[in-house]
Design a protein around this ligand. Sequence first.
Ligand SMILES: *[C@@H]1O[C@H](CO)[C@@H](O)[C@H](O)[C@H]1NC(C)=O
Ligand SMILES: *[C@@H]1O[C@H](CO)[C@@H](O)[C@H](O)[C@H]1NC(C)=O
Ligand SMILES: *[C@@H]1O[C@H](CO)[C@@H](O)[C@H](O)[C@H]1NC(C)=O
Ligand SMILES: *[C@@H]1O[C@H](CO)[C@@H](O)[C@H](O)[C@H]1NC(C)=O
Ligand SMILES: *[C@@H]1O[C@H](CO)[C@@H](O)[C@H](O)[C@H]1NC(C)=O
Ligand SMILES: *[C@@H]1O[C@H](CO)[C@@H](O)[C@H](O)[C@H]1NC(C)=O
Ligand SMILES: *[C@@H]1O[C@H](CO)[C@@H](O)[C@H](O)[C@H]1NC(C)=O
Ligand SMILES: *[C@@H]1O[C@H](CO)[C@@H](O)[C@H](O)[C@H]1NC(C)=O
Ligand SMILES: *[C@@H]1O[C@H](CO)[C@@H](O)[C@H](O)[C@H]1NC(C)=O
Ligand SMILES: *[C@@H]1O[C@H](CO)[C@@H](O)[C@H](O)[C@H]1NC(C)=O
Length: 702
Amino acid sequence: MKFSFFGVVCAAAISIASGQSVFNPARPPAIPLAVKSPYMNTYQFAGSEGGNGGYLAGEWQSFWSGQTTAWTGMIRVDGTNYLWMGAPANGPATATQTAFQYTSTKSIFAFSVDGKVEMNVTFLSPLTPDDQRRQSLVFSYLDVVVQSLDGASHDVQLYTDVSAGNATEWVAGDHGSVAQWDYGTTSDGIAYHKIYRQTQLLFSETNQQADWGYWYWSTKSGSDLTYQSGQDVTVRGAFMSNGTLPNTKDTDFRPINDAFPVFGYSTDLGSIVDSVSTLFTLGLTQEEAIQFDGETGIVPLASLWTSYFSNELDAVSFFYNDFSTATSTANTFDNKVSRDSVAAGGQDYLTITSLSARQAFGALQLAGNLTKQYLFLKEISSDGNIQTVDVIFPFHPILLYTEPSLMKLLLDPLFENQESGQYPNMYSMHDLGASYPNATGHPDGKDEAQPLEECGNMLIMTLAYAQRSNDNAYLSAHYDILKQWTGYLIAEALIPADQISTDDFAGSLANQTNLALKGIIGIEAMAVIANITGNTADAANYTNIAHSYINQWQVLGVAQDANPPHTTLGYGLNDTHGLLYNLYGDAELNLGLVPEKIYDMQSAFYATVNDEFGVPLDTRHNYTKSDWEMFTAAIASSSTRQMFISDLAKFIAQTPTSSPLTDLYSAQTADWPGEGAGQFTARPVVGGHFALLALPNAAWTK
Ligand SMILES: *[C@@H]1O[C@H](CO)[C@@H](O)[C@H](O)[C@H]1NC(C)=O
Ligand SMILES: *[C@@H]1O[C@H](CO)[C@@H](O)[C@H](O)[C@H]1NC(C)=O
Ligand SMILES: *[C@@H]1O[C@H](CO)[C@@H](O)[C@H](O)[C@H]1NC(C)=O
Ligand SMILES: *[C@@H]1O[C@H](CO)[C@@H](O)[C@H](O)[C@H]1NC(C)=O
Ligand SMILES: *[C@@H]1O[C@H](CO)[C@@H](O)[C@H](O)[C@H]1NC(C)=O
Ligand SMILES: *[C@@H]1O[C@H](CO)[C@@H](O)[C@H](O)[C@H]1NC(C)=O
Ligand SMILES: *[C@@H]1O[C@H](CO)[C@@H](O)[C@H](O)[C@H]1NC(C)=O
Ligand SMILES: *[C@@H]1O[C@H](CO)[C@@H](O)[C@H](O)[C@H]1NC(C)=O
Ligand SMILES: *[C@@H]1O[C@H](CO)[C@@H](O)[C@H](O)[C@H]1NC(C)=O
Ligand SMILES: *[C@@H]1O[C@H](CO)[C@@H](O)[C@H](O)[C@H]1NC(C)=O
């Protein structure tokens, strides 16, 4: 991870919606709406610093970085219009939001429309880690269920639109670029608005949004459906005046910020009493996903969905028609996370994990073909690096818990690039490219150097994958480079040179106690790898070294005379401390390298330095990191574990920040970290919140 200040531009909250909504299990800083990939990443900002408190109406939706991705919903009941989503100028009165609930895959809003009808609006971004065909689709559902609230029948029309508005909104980050669009119906009756940047710029981004690919905004075609594309006031005005749209296309393709075009649907539900469901889908199709410098040099890699579907419209129709399967699969996933989280850490822990799942998976892209698949990860917000090893490391518990085989797809690009001689350093690379989606490596070796951190991470994650998947062949296949990295750790881990760790924003330091521990655990991981692969002489050598180092480390890194004793931030700095989150690797791999007394000592200590919203990352600052807190909690005594968990759940409910869950925040105020640390948002490292669920031998693991 590389620190860089990222100014989050918050959409102005237009008004605080009236009415009191119940929020369950919490009102998060930002509500996931369509979160499925680095480029489909739209939230409702909710926190007090720029959000409107968690209401779907009264504020535009935002891409993670703050650009508006406008999405509008209106309903007409007995001739009167109401707004339930978005913030159009001159929109009608707002329906009353009565409840909001989130699960791992869904955000569900309930409304009372003037006491006449009830609406349940569900945003479902499916997570199917064990089903690559479905996971490869960058698509999300919006399901609107309406029924009478007062028992009387009501005449109802439903309106929705997406916009290619000011910031090219959904379709591109460059406000001045020209959008183009089309309307059609698939052979099996799915209506679609297709919207895209007229000049496609492959693999290019503006303001973090993709400059290539095609957006599909779809619903069921039929006699009750009317549509229109055109200027916002025209299209929304047509619906508001009589509940239908004229079935016309605006063909004046123009810059997104010029009389900005919207793509509307009106569905006439007719006279209703009982519940009626109307389903919409939004998808992004990009045939090509990634540029990758693998063993044959730089090649473009296809998005994996292209291996399963012969064209975009097949994908559109499959996804639309798959809703009932998607719903039951999502329910199964939600229930699994719910059951396991509550068992591991109670309701507060579920508040944390269920908010984190879509955000974590939302940084991923499946690529390749049916013979060879890859999984790529964007280091969102801290910078745009691809396949950052020390971002994959905090992220990886969610994969160990949900589908360990995906770890291989994530590690493979790193191995392939380095084993084919494209990286000159003896230690592991930090990332596979400065700018997602270009995984073009660092042939000059000048990536951000975190040598100890990344060598330890690669060894730990490779063994963790092999243990969970019983894939010993993977260890043999990569033995040589793993051994090379172990050599680096043997030379450098015990007495770490002055360097940064993954927490680079906190500054560099020599002799970092926590960093040394990661390196020593990496050496012992290699001893196990050597044993498994029949390299018994190496195994004996490495385990001797690791045990010798861990004994020395306990003298160098522990402030024995402190009250209570604890590990230090750096050797000999007896009045410093920090989260010893790298101890997690010892438990994750079942190494038994580090004595129990170290675990017990740290558990007892953390409770003495806890702040309002967590234990500070280290003594240099008052901020903390949510991912490392959960790594630490996972291996703590039960009372200390619950302390960490309840503090983080409280942070989620009380933080004034309004963008997608930051992992770096003030432990005193729950606000941005301050102290020059910059701001993080929407990062995949929240996958680390699943640390409790990724430990071996736990009742809830597979
Ligand atoms: C909306 O959700 C609530 C709470 O889950 C439920 O009681 C109600 O029946 C739902 N209404 C519709 C129209 O689905
Ligand atoms: C788009 O720009 C216009 C004019 O600058 C502004 O009035 C409008 O609110 C903007 N819409 C959105 C969705 O940001
Ligand atoms: C990726 O590389 C291409 C050239 O191959 C370039 O046009 C594009 O801007 C790069 N993308 C990013 C996000 O830097
Ligand atoms: C709504 O407006 C359209 C276009 O002006 C018109 O054709 C249609 O008859 C109107 N419908 C109603 C119900 O007034
Ligand atoms: C599948 O992908 C691999 C790796 O990129 C490539 O070598 C191979 O040619 C591809 N196979 C097909 C059938 O395209
Ligand atoms: C143990 O490993 C170290 C570092 O690779 C090496 O220098 C040493 O020769 C090895 N010792 C034995 C006995 O293999
Ligand atoms: C690091 O720790 C070692 C062992 O205590 C010590 O010899 C060395 O001087 C320390 N390095 C720095 C830069 O403090
Ligand atoms: C290697 O395997 C042997 C025999 O099973 C075992 O005694 C030893 O503890 C193992 N060493 C490591 C480092 O796993
Ligand atoms: C730090 O504490 C250790 C043991 O608790 C002690 O040996 C060492 O002298 C102390 N260092 C300093 C600088 O006080
Ligand atoms: C932490 O906050 C306190 C005030 O609450 C302040 O006195 C102290 O200097 C801060 N510590 C650091 C390391 O910034």
